[in-house]
Design a protein around this ligand. Structure first.
Ligand SMILES: [Zn+2]
Ligand SMILES: [Zn+2]
Length: 551
C-alpha cells in the first residue's frame, strides 16, 4: 500500500474564501473545510464554490469532512456538496450546530455529525486526528493534527493568539510545542490572512470597555450595533455593555436570531431572558433604553442595517436620536457598499461609530507576530501557506524564511494544486481544476456563459430583431419587428431601430432573391447587419438577439 499522503487544494489559496482541501491516504479522502466565497461583481450569483467535480468523481472515497470552524468561507459550500455526497461531518459542538442549521435551511439531508471536544482524538478514515482549540472570531475553532505514515501534518485553522479571549479558551500553542518536541511536525498548513500586518492583533476582550464607553456617551439615544452573526464573543460584549448601561436588548435578522439561540443553548453566550425584547416589545419600548444587535455591517443587501439605511426596515426607522455602531471592519470588496450605508444612515440623522474611529473591532486572524509564534512552536520541517490572497501567501512565506526555514522546504501552492508528501519531501503533482462553481440564491448553478450575458446586458442592454420569411414568395412576410432596452436613450432608440430595420430589409431582400433560405445563414445576416449598424452609429456593444422564422 502506498503510504504517501496527497493534499489537493480546491480553494482558498490565492483568495479569501471557499477554503477546501482534500487530504488523502491509501485512497481515502478526508475533506478539510468546504467553504464559499461571496462575490461582489457577479450579477445574480450569491455564492462562489470550489469546482467539486474532482470530488464528485471520487465521492465513494470521501471518508469524512472536518469543518475547522463555523465561518462561511469554511462551511458555506457544504449544502451544495452534501446534496451529492454523504459522509460524517466533524467539528466542535458550535460548528456542528451551525452546520446542522445550515444544511436544514437548504433542505439537505443531515449526515452523521460528530461533535468534538477540545483536545480529543479521533480516528477518521486512515488518519489519527487530534483537535486543538484555537481562538478566532467565532467560537469553537479547531486546529487539526493529522498523524500519518509521513509524520504529523498540522492544519492551523483560522486563529489568533489572544492572551485574554472572552471565553478564556486559548489557542493551544503549548500542545503544538509538545507535539513538535515529542513527535516532530513534518508539515504545517497555516492561515495567511494577516501575514502582511506587523505585530500582534488586539485582544477581543479589549473591545468590550471601548464599546461600553460608547454606550455611556450615547446615553439618552437609541443604540444599534451591527456585527457578524457568528461573532458570539462580540455579541456577548455588546450584550454586557447594554446590561451595564441599563438597556434591553433586541436581536434582529434571521441569522443573528438563530446564532444567538444556538450559542445560548450551548452555554456559549450568557444573555438572560429578562433583558431580551421581542420585536413587538421593541416597538413599544422607550428607544433610549434599547440596544439593537443586528446583521448588515458588511452591507449585505437583505440584512437589517441595509434595510434601515434605505428606510425599508419593517420595525426600525432611523432618525436623529440613533447611534449606529459598526463593530466590524469592511471585508475587502465591500467597502464601497458599506460607505454608501454610512452615508444613507447619516442622511437620516444617525450618528455613525465605526472601527476607523474607535477600537470597536479586532481581527480574528493572527498577525505576523502571531504567525511567527506558531512557526516557532511547531518548528515544521515543511510548510505550505494556505488561506489568503496570493500576496498573503507570499507574506507568510517571508515569515517562515525569516526564521531560517530554507526555501526548498516551503511549497508555494495555489488553487487546483495537488501535492504529494512522501519520504523525500513535498512534491507538486498533477493539477486538478482550479475552476469555480457559481450558484444563485436557490443553489442553482450559474454558468460562465450565463454570467457573461448578464454582465453584457447590465453594461450595454440588448436589441432584439424578429424577422418572418415567406419561403414560397421569397420575401419577408411583414416588416421586421425590433425592440431594445438599456442600449441608448429612448428618443434616439426609435430612430435607430427604424434604420436597423430598413437595413435588414435591404440585406434580406437581396439574400432571399438569391435563394438563401437557410435559417442559420439568415440569422447570421441579421446579426451582422445589426452589429454593423450599432458599431458604426453608437460604438456600443449591446447583446444582439436576432430571431428568424421561416414560414
Ligand atoms: Zn474564520
Ligand atoms: Zn477563514
Amino acid at each position: 500500500m502506498n503510504s504517501s499522503v496527497r493534499i489537493t487544494f480546491l480553494g482558498g489559496l490565492g483568495e479569501i474564501g471557499r477554503n477546501c482541501a482534500a487530504i488523502e491516504l491509501e485512497g481515502r479522502i478526508v475533506l478539510l473545510d468546504c467553504g464559499q466565497l461571496f462575490p461582489y461583481e457577479h450579477p445574480g450569483v450569491d455564492s462562489i464554490l470550489p469546482d467539486f467535480q474532482w470530488l464528485l468523481d471520487r465521492h465513494d472515497d470521501i471518508e469524512a469532512c472536518i469543518v475547522s470552524h463555523s465561518h462561511e468561507d469554511h462551511m458555506g459550500g457544504l449544502p451544495h456538496l452534501f446534496r451529492h455526497v454523504s459522509a460524517p461531518i466533524y467539528g466542535s459542538p458550535f460548528t456542528v450546530a451551525m452546520v446542522k442549521a445550515k444544511l436544514e435551511s437548504h433542505e439537505v439531508k443531515i449526515p452523521s455529525l460528530v461533535s468534538i471536544e477540545d483536545n480529543e482524538n479521533y480516528k477518521i478514515g486512515p488518519f489519527e486526528c487530534e483537535f486543538l482549540p484555537v481562538t478566532h472570531s467565532t467560537p469553537g475553532g479547531l486546529m487539526t493534527v493529522f498523524r500519518t505514515p509521513q509524520g504529523v501534518i498540522l492544519h492551523s485553522s483560522d486563529f489568533k493568539l489572544d492572551p485574554s479571549p472572552v471565553d478564556g479558551r486559548l489557542t493551544d500553542l503549548s500542545r503544538v510545542s509538545e507535539i513538535s518536541e515529542k513527535e516532530g511536525i513534518r508539515l504545517l498548513l497555516a492561515d495567511s490572512t494577516n501575514s502582511e500586518s506587523t505585530g500582534v492583533s488586539l485582544s477581543e476582550s479589549e473591545i468590550g470597555p471601548v464599546l461600553e464607553n460608547v454606550f455611556v456617551e450615547n446615553e439618552g439615544r437609541r443604540i444599534i450595533v451591527g456585527t457578524f452573526s457568528s461573532h458570539i464573543h462580540r455579541i456577548q460584549q455588546i450584550a454586557d455593555a447594554a446590561v451595564r448601561t441599563d438597556r434591553k436588548l433586541a436581536i434582529l435578522g434571521p441569522s443573528m436570531i438563530r446564532n444567538v439561540a444556538l450559542a445560548r443553548e450551548l452555554g456559549l453566550l450568557r444573555i438572560s431572558d429578562g433583558i431580551l425584547l421581542t420585536e413587538k416589545e421593541l416597538k413599544s419600548s422607550k428607544s433610549d433604553k434599547v440596544c439593537i444587535i443586528c446583521t448588515g455591517s458588511q452591507a449585505e443587501p437583505r440584512a437589517a442595517i441595509s434595510m434601515m439605511s434605505t428606510g425599508s426596515h419593517p420595525v426600525v426607522q432611523i432618525g436623529p436620536n440613533d447611534t449606529v455602531i459598526f463593530s466590524s471592519s469592511p471585508i475587502p470588496g465591500n467597502e464601497a457598499s458599506i460607505f454608501r450605508i454610512h452615508n444613507n444612515l447619516a442622511r437620516l440623522g444617525a450618528q455613525i461609530v465605526h472601527s476607523g474611529k474607535l477600537k470597536i473591532h479586532t481581527t480574528g486572524h493572527g498577525k505576523a507576530g502571531e504567525l511567527l509564534a506558531l512557526h516557532e512552536a511547531s518548528d515544521p520541517e515543511l510548510f505550505i501557506p494556505v488561506h489568503g490572497e496570493y500576496t498573503h501567501l507570499l507574506g507568510h512565506e517571508e515569515i517562515a524564511l525569516g526564521r531560517g526555514m530554507r526555501q526548498s522546504k516551503i511549497l508555494r501552492c495555489v488553487d487546483g494544486d495537488s501535492v504529494c508528501l512522501d519520504e523525500d519531501g513535498l512534491h507538486l503533482e498533477k493539477r486538478v481544476s482550479d475552476d469555480y462553481l457559481m450558484v444563485d440564491s436557490r443553489g442553482v448553478e450559474v454558468s460562465k456563459e450565463l454570467l457573461k450575458e448578464r454582465v453584457s446586458l447590465s453594461n450595454e442592454g440588448f436589441i432584439l430583431v424578429r424577422v418572418i420569411v415567406e419561403e414560397k414568395k421569397r420575401r419577408l412576410l411583414e416588416r421586421p419587428f425590433a425592440a431594445t432596452l438599456g442600449w441608448i436613450e429612448a428618443e434616439q432608440a426609435d430612430r435607430c431601430l427604424n434604420e436597423i430595420i430598413e437595413e435588414i430589409i435591404r440585406v434580406l431582400d437581396g439574400a432571399l432573391l438569391d435563394g438563401e433560405f437557410d435559417k442559420k445563414e439568415l440569422t447570421r445576416l441579421v446579426r451582422r447587419t445589426m452589429g454593423k449598424f450599432v458599431d458604426l452609429n453608437t460604438g456600443r456593444r449591446p447583446v444582439l438577439v436576432p430571431l428568424v422564422e421561416i414560414n
